[in-house]
Ligand binder design. Structure first.
Ligand SMILES: Cc1cc2nc3c(=O)[nH]c(=O)nc-3n(C[C@H](O)[C@H](O)[C@H](O)COP(=O)(O)OP(=O)(O)OC[C@H]3O[C@@H](n4cnc5c(N)ncnc54)[C@H](O)[C@@H]3O)c2cc1C
Length: 408
């Protein structure tokens, strides 16, 4: 491992820390109400975060995954839902900007939207049937070419910040396509005829992401909505794995760091009656704190190493392995740390007024967030062993000869 954090990355980290201090004042309320943290999205816009991963020559900040990992860990400590939802924006803008499949004029158009016009872009590839176990990367939603634009029909699920975003980037299968892995990316604005949102997001954790469902019923968008059309979307998805999948990992690390900081304060300040020392002096408490610190530091190192590989090597097998290794470990570590913090906090931590209660619920989402824990291990095992996915038996009985595990 041979990387260092630059002064510019430290500066971004500090700016994120400052924003997080403000986000923290509203996090409990947005969690309780499952409301969109629109003030936070506005603050991120004002701070220039919308163009973070737009290349410099197109007016953006041109940061890589390591810079974002440092910033995301900070933002999530203030409001994890804000950090996760906002990451949807970066996670779809980044791969479009980096892909050789996207024409330069399209990149310029998208850069103008996010950098100069301050547009917030959600990303909605998921559908109710989407699963890391499904043997195809292609959605059921379809887009039909019509005079002056497209008509999109389908049902999308888990659309974070769908009501707050200026556009949502949707993946659809081109109606006239013959290739099984063809797909298009289209930008759908809130007022597109035929688009409606169903408010189904009353969830355990990450409540203020408002990851609702979206129905597109012959939804009409103009020619300008098209960002990419490819007869094989798999390379685009694999090459964008750093932003599509790797960029959520540091958000969850931030949840665990917030829980750790909160419980350290608690055990240092709570002195049981009849004693002269706070809980921190209890040997079992010290041991728990030590274990949590090991988990956090190991998780951080794995994230930074994967991000550095991604920034310097691109989407090599070594980078993909590192991204999956980091996501797996972070999911487990966040679950352990938030649970231990909750236990050390005792009955007080069970109350809705305790931030530890929220960190515990947000932390529970970590192993489930794509790429889920078991997907990470399945794919990492294949990469480590150098297996060709086509030679590996499908994990379940498949409905066709082509179906098998996909390495993305
Ligand atoms: C808070 C939150 C916000 C989200 N926001 C968005 C968004 O804005 N846009 C969007 O498009 N999507 C979003 N998603 C959806 C997400 O990215 C997935 O598409 C969706 O979660 C898939 O559904 P699933 O987890 O139920 O399915 P599955 O992938 O089926 O996962 C369920 C379980 O199956 C097992 N599993 C899955 N794949 C494998 C495998 N290959 N090998 C072994 N076991 C496996 C694992 O145990 C996994 O935990 C969001 C999800 C969450 C939790």
């Amino acid at each position: 491992m041979d990387f260092h954090v630059t002064a510019a990355q430290r500066d971004l980290q500090q700016r994120a820390r400052d924003l997080a201090a403000d986000f923290a004042t509203r996090a409990a309320q947005h969690d309780r109400d499952a409301s969109d943290p629109v003030e936070n999205y506005a603050a991120l816009r004002a701070a220039g975060f919308y163009g973070l991963n737009v290349p410099r020559e197109l007016g953006g900040a041109g940061i890589g995954l390591l810079g974002w990992s440092l910033a995301a860990e900070e933002l999530a400590q203030g409001c994890a839902s804000t950090a996760l939802s906002f990451n949807m924006h970066l996670s779809v803008v980044g791969p479009v900007m980096a892909s050789p499949l996207v024409p330069r004029a399209t990149k310029e158009r998208l850069a103008k939207m996010v950098v100069h016009e301050g547009k917030l872009i959600g990303g909605n590839f998921s559908e109710p049937t989407t699963s890391g176990l499904v043997g195809t990367a292609v959605p059921l939603t379809r887009a039909r070419r019509v005079e002056g634009g497209y008509r999109i029909t389908g049902r999308k699920a888990f659309a974070s910040m769908i009501a707050a975003a200026d556009y949502v980037m949707v993946m659809a299968y081109p109606d006239e396509a013959t290739s099984p892995t063809a797909a298009m990316l289209l930008l759908v604005p809130p007022d597109a005829p035929g688009r409606c949102v169903e408010n189904v997001w009353d969830a355990l954790g990450m409540r203020a992401t408002r990851s609702d469902s979206m129905v597109l019923d012959d939804c009409s968008v103009s020619d300008e909505a098209l960002l990419l059309r490819s007869d094989d979307i798999v390379p685009f998805r694999r090459d964008g794995a750093n932003w599509f999948w790797g960029s959520y990992t540091p958000v969850y690390l931030g949840v665990a760091v917030a829980a750790y900081r909160a419980i350290v304060e608690t055990v240092k300040s709570r002195t049981p009656p009849g004693f002269t020392q706070p809980l921190a002096y209890h040997p079992d408490v010290r041991r728990h704190v030590a274990e949590m610190s090991v988990d956090l530091e190991a998780a951080r190192r794995l994230i930074h190493h994967a991000a550095w590989l991604s920034d310097t090597q691109g989407p090599t097998p070594a980078t993909l392995s590192a991204l999956y290794r980091a996501k797996y470990f972070v999911g487990e570590a966040v679950t352990r740390v938030t649970r231990t913090a909750m236990t050390l906090g005792g009955a007080h931590a069970l109350l809705k007024t305790s931030p530890l209660e929220r960190f515990f619920r947000d932390g529970a989402v970590a192993p489930v967030q794509f790429p889920p824990r078991d997907f990470c291990l399945t794919t990492l095992g294949m990469l480590e062993l150098g297996l060709d996915p086509r030679d590996v038996l499908p994990p379940l009985k498949s409905d066709g000869p082509e179906a098998g595990p996909i390495v993305r």
